[in-house]
Design a protein around this ligand. Structure first.
Ligand SMILES: OC[C@@H]1[C@H](O)[C@H](O)[C@@H](O)CN1C(=S)Nc1ccc(F)cc1
Length: 401
């Protein structure tokens, strides 16, 4: 969507994967979907370095609303959980220098059964603008899947007509793809800033790998539609929750970076372990994701059950190509597996010689590798290695990518 927003993949925090639809604030006062939860997360995003690392949107997902619209048919927040109202919450988030997002559903009800927007698109768009909303996730439960292209386009127009810049996240393909409908991605790129393509992410590695398999199986059809202002969205980062090991957490961050996926965390920032927080705050990995070319990386090769993903990034040497290379192991034999490959295997053929850097361990593996030279790398089980390959510059020192 050409609204000047999301020129790089959106970065932020959204409650759904970690906090779901916890609405009992008596039993769970610290975890229920309430204004306090989002104020806490906004505080930690600033205090713990997430804002300066690029994370900017604080996004409410489902279960925020009252079960009834007000007397003017407007959506309203649950009065017990959001006593100050949504505008006060967005003011708080804005005062921290962050942006504010909210959730609605193009259907009769949201997935969790709260009021749907299908009969109130224009009114709800205006309500969100009045509340100072900067990002809208429009879900597609309880809806007519075949009307989604028209409905999501109409909402895009209504959001634009409010005059407020609002990042527009569409769930329409996530409801069409699973039933065998190929959505019109050309249209989607004009209508939405990002879109969920496939299944919800859950807190386990098998779910992450099944999402990755769908994205690599369909990359030729969907990757060309990602770019500045319009992104494929494989769903939230689950780093720091219960289901991923440290290696698997690094792997999700690395391949989401290669795919130019939105980096939208869903984790309790109040209790996240430092080693997981460090993964989310890794500047060099974020730089690969936020590279201004905005090219979605692809799975090039699988060798010895190690997947090789590559993403073109801004070249450091004029009229050459630089690449990020992500190795993801599907192996579970315990010893870190030594795999060998050449840059030529990965279609890295331009430039005389390359400098290879290991991003996670921030070491230079080699200063002068020819595309045909053999490279040996060891990858831990379910683990990842994230490299950059940049043409070696003879005269000038290689700039740190
Ligand atoms: O209720 C909202 C929730 C989150 O927003 C997800 O990101 C959306 O993809 C939709 N959603 C959920 S749980 N959707 C859903 C997931 C499984 C199911 F059997 C029925 C609905």
């Amino acid at each position: 969507l050409d609204n000047g927003l999301a020129l790089t993949p959106p970065m932020g925090w959204m409650h759904w994967q970690r906090f779901r639809c916890v609405t009992d604030c008596h039993a769970y006062p610290n975890d229920c979907i309430s204004e306090q939860l989002f104020r806490d997360m906004a505080d930690h995003m600033v205090a713990d370095g997430f804002k300066s690392a690029g994370y900017e949107y604080v996004i409410i997902d489902d279960c925020w609303a009252s079960k009834e619209r007000d007397n003017n048919s407007r959506l309203q927040p649950d009065p017990l959980r959001f006593p100050s109202g949504i505008k006060a919450l967005s003011d708080y988030v804005h005062a921290k220098g962050l942006k504010f997002g909210i959730y609605a559903d193009y259907g009769t009800k949201t997935c969790a059964g709260y009021p749907g927007s299908i009969e109130y698109l224009k009114l709800d768009a205006q309500t969100f603008a009045d509340w100072g909303v900067d990002y809208l996730k429009l879900d597609g439960c309880h809806s007519d899947v075949l009307s989604m292209e028209a409905g999501y386009s109409l909402m895009s127009t209504f959001l634009n007509e409010t005059g407020r810049p609002i990042v527009y996240s569409c769930s329409w393909p996530a409801y069409q793809e699973p039933i065998g409908i190929h959505p019109n991605y050309d249209k989607m790129s004009q209508v939405c800033n990002l879109w969920r393509n496939w299944d919800d992410i859950d807190d386990c590695w098998t779910n992450v790998t099944s999402i990755l398999r769908w994205f690599s199986d369909n990359q030729d059809r969907i990757a060309p539609h990602s770019g500045p202002g319009h992104w494929n969205d494989p769903d939230m980062l689950i780093i720091g929750n219960y289901g991923l090991s440290y290696e698997q957490a690094k792997a999700q961050m690395a391949i989401w970076a290669i795919m130019a996926a939105p980096l939208i965390m869903s984790v309790d920032l109040r209790t996240i372990e430092p080693k997981f927080r460090a993964i989310l705050l890794n500047q060099d990995v974020i730089a690969i994701n936020q590279d201004s070319m905005g090219v979605q990386g692809r799975l090039l090769l699988t060798k010895d059950r190690i997947d090789f993903w590559t993403k073109p990034i801004n070249p450091v040497v004029k009229d050459s190509s630089s690449f990020a290379i992500g190795l993801l192991s599907n192996r579970v034999d315990g010893y870190p597996y030594r795999v060998n490959f050449t840059l030529a295997d990965l279609n890295v053929t331009r430039g005389r010689e390359y400098t290879i850097k290991d991003i996670y361990d921030s070491v230079t593996i080699a200063e002068t590798i020819n595309p045909e030279d053999l490279i040996f790398i060891r990858v831990k089980p379910s683990g990842t290695v994230l490299l950059t390959a940049t043409p070696t510059q003879e005269q000038i020192n290689v700039t740190k990518v």
